[in-house]
Ligand binder design. Structure first.
Ligand code: SF4
Ligand code: SF4
Length: 387
């Protein structure tokens, strides 16, 4: 394919992202060996890095959009090449010239929706807290213990609203003084940033930070590993530092301190999928497992590719908004792995994972084979006294 990217601009972008390091690559191919794409189709991060090193990237093609930012290859690279940063740099150039291949165009729709309504799902900003109607959820005020940052999918997506409701019930049961931002909450911006929309990300971060500071927020709890990652590791670029905990960590703490008590039993075989942005990107592997193992009669099983080697669901890096042919979905493989492990329930802790797994469950006709649950939903089921 003919290269249309301005040579200098690609090099500048990559250098700006600390990309001088691409020159360290000695083309060993380890990244390709571990990349989940090579389980479903051919894709070479090694080739992308080589082309980037010479400023010869095909920024108009699909390959620069493929990386799900799962974090597997950066962990394995013997030369410390930052593959994700390189991908994002190339996407910045493509986004600037509006070079979106057909399969990526829906990410542009998500971007437009984020700019106009503060979420990628084309939900009205005014309806951001509709999920909480009748659930005893208050607007955040300074005297409260924690801010629950709900996130876009849990605010608007019908499947994920159930997770938001379960979470609110857990917090209320534990008598946690919590509140939400409602219409003042905007998308955290983590994933749109990975599609190259740097300016959009910066504006979202500034809006959220202003909302946090104006309301005297000190501690934030989140359901999405993507919100967790960006608040913890990216918002500090704006010289702020808020205490942030993922819900799996927070609920475990509520149980360990006796503020929450589990009552029923859950006689099911359950496995846990590590979301990339909780596990590999932030080293949270044990808390969700410890939480599940506190549930009476729950039989915990591990599936293939867990922990540091967890198979990506395919939704990171903005891929959740892009089109992936059915035969190329990592989430289908994940469900097959869960089934092979004998699990009846695939538990996880990320809205993108749940969205992809629910879709694979339908595509594979696994409705009677496996259930998909956020761990907060399992905990919530255990709050009722047994009959
Ligand atoms: S693993 Fe690192 S050094 Fe090896 S080809 Fe990939 S980027 Fe280059
Ligand atoms: S970060 Fe993950 S998806 Fe991206 S190239 Fe590396 S292994 Fe592949």
């Amino acid at each position: 394919m003919e290269t249309v990217a301005p040579f200098i601009e690609v090099i500048d972008e990559i250098n700006e992202a600390g990309g001088g390091i691409v020159k360290m690559c000695f083309q060993c191919g380890m990244c390709d060996a571990v990349c989940p794409w090579n389980r479903v189709r051919q894709f070479s991060m090694r080739k992308l890095i080589r082309e980037a090193a010479f400023g010869l990237s095909e920024v108009e093609g699909e390959d620069i959009w493929r990386c799900t930012t799962c974090g597997t290859c950066p962990q394995q690279c013997p030369r410390g090449v930052k593959q994700i940063d390189v991908s994002v740099s190339l996407r910045r150039v493509a986004a600037e010239y509006e070079l979106f291949p057909a399969s990526v165009r829906s990410a542009r729709t998500a971007r437009a929706s984020i700019i106009s309504e503060g979420n990628p799902l084309q939900g009205e900003r005014g309806k951001r807290s509709e999920w909480a109607q009748g659930l005893s959820v208050k607007p955040y005020t300074e005297d409260m213990e924690v801010l629950y940052f709900v996130g876009c999918y849990l605010s608007y997506d019908p499947r994920m609203k159930k997770v938001a409701a379960a979470t609110a019930n857990i917090l209320n049961t534990a008598s946690v003084a919590f509140g939400i931002l409602g219409e003042q909450e905007s998308c955290c911006g983590e994933s749109i940033r990975k599609t190259g929309a740097e300016e959009v990300f910066r504006n979202l971060a500034k809006e959220n930070i202003k909302a946090f500071i104006d309301r005297g927020v000190r501690k934030i709890i989140v359901s999405s590993p993507h919100c967790y990652h960006t608040f913890k590791n990216e918002y500090p670029e704006f010289m702020v530092n808020f205490e942030v905990q993922h819900m799996s960590q927070y609920i475990l703490e509520l149980l360990n301190t006796g503020r929450l008590e589990l009552k029923g039993a859950y006689p099911e075989k359950v496995t846990y999928h590590d979301p990339c942005y909780l596990g590999r990107h932030n080293d949270v592997y044990d808390d969700p497992r410890e939480l599940l193992q506190k549930v009476d009669e729950l039989e915990y099983v591990e599936m293939e590719d867990f922990g540091k080697r967890s198979l990506c669901c395919g939704g990171g890096g903005g891929r959740i908004w892009m089109d992936t042919p059915q035969e190329e979905r990592f989430s289908d493989i994940r469900l097959q792995q869960a089934k092979a492990a004998g699990a009846r329930v695939l538990a996880t802790a990320c809205p993108y994972c749940i969205t992809n797994f629910e879709e694979s469950r339908l595509n594979l006709e696994y409705e009677d084979v496996i259930e998909i649950k956020d761990i907060a939903e399992i905990v919530n089921d255990m709050l009722q006294s047994p009959e």
